[in-house]
Design a protein around this ligand. Sequence first.
Ligand SMILES: C[S@@+](CC[C@H](N)C(=O)[O-])C[C@H]1O[C@@H](n2cnc3c(N)ncnc32)[C@H](O)[C@@H]1O
Length: 318
Amino acid sequence: MNMAVAKTRSQGLNLDIRNPVAAEVECATPLYYTEQGACYCEDARDLLKQVRSESVSLVVTSPPYPLVFKKEYGNVDAKEYVDWLTGFVPEIRRVLKPDGSFVLNVGGVWTKGAPIRSLYHYELALRISKQLPLAQEFFWYNSAKMPAPAEWVNVRRIRVKDAVEFIWWFGKGENPKADNRRVLHDYSPDMRRLVARGIRETIRPSGHNITKKFALDRGGSIPSNLIQAGNTDATSDYFKECKAKGLKPHPARFPKALPEFFIKFTTDTRDIVLDPFAGSNTTGWVAQLLKRRWIAIELDPDYAAASSVRFPATAVYH
Ligand SMILES: C[S@@+](CC[C@H](N)C(=O)[O-])C[C@H]1O[C@@H](n2cnc3c(N)ncnc32)[C@H](O)[C@@H]1O
């Protein structure tokens, strides 16, 4: 960890904050904590064992992807990936409340040397679903994704740009806590007009019975399972702070919109949100903004230390 950064940033802060998740993670010492959550620089395999059973409402995470080309933060080989990741599931299951959720973002992979897709993410979902039922699958559409693999997409032009990642939403049981009224989208202009004018009751050729209820104002439209968000946040405060302090920003952050959607959708204020592969701690930061408690676990000391720049006013360091 970058002690110099931690020391400088703790000066002048109110150190009279108690670690708000100390009762849930009794033995471990956090790298830093705020009035709402704590970041642990540990292997998630070990730290999860110290988290109290049935204390967490949502585990939301994006683990290292099984890329064919090793990324700097240590991807495991695609073939071992499913075994490796499912190895974390029994502990995740144990720490979740009975109505808790596990939300897992993983990217697609191509078979090495061939224009053929790996089906590992389906194997992964099947394996996990034996322990945690799949509530629903979501897709993250990132239009800014670079075309890859270059050989098939840019050079031979026999495949198209892969712009969607997978988000598997598992429940601990069949009925994880969730309320789509907390994640409504703004009505489209057409729908707003219908709400303002009302509609004529009719039966569509498709057989759908359109009653006046269709145009009732319910506060917004129900979102779909497609989340659209870019992850090119080179203008974010995190990125700017890292640059200013000479810290290396995490290279594979997910966009705020991902944890934000699931935290709002599946948790209440003060519930605990946990990210076992926290990276730059986007999850803890969003949980903090949404007034949830949070536990972040990150193995790499530099990434964990740099993530503290997200909490300039409140973080306390060890
Ligand atoms: C894809 S990144 C997560 C990025 C994060 N969602 C963000 O927005 O910054 C995955 C992270 O998992 C960490 N990691 C890998 N194995 C781990 C383990 N066993 N325990 C804890 N963290 C681990 C890596 O160091 C890496 O930072």
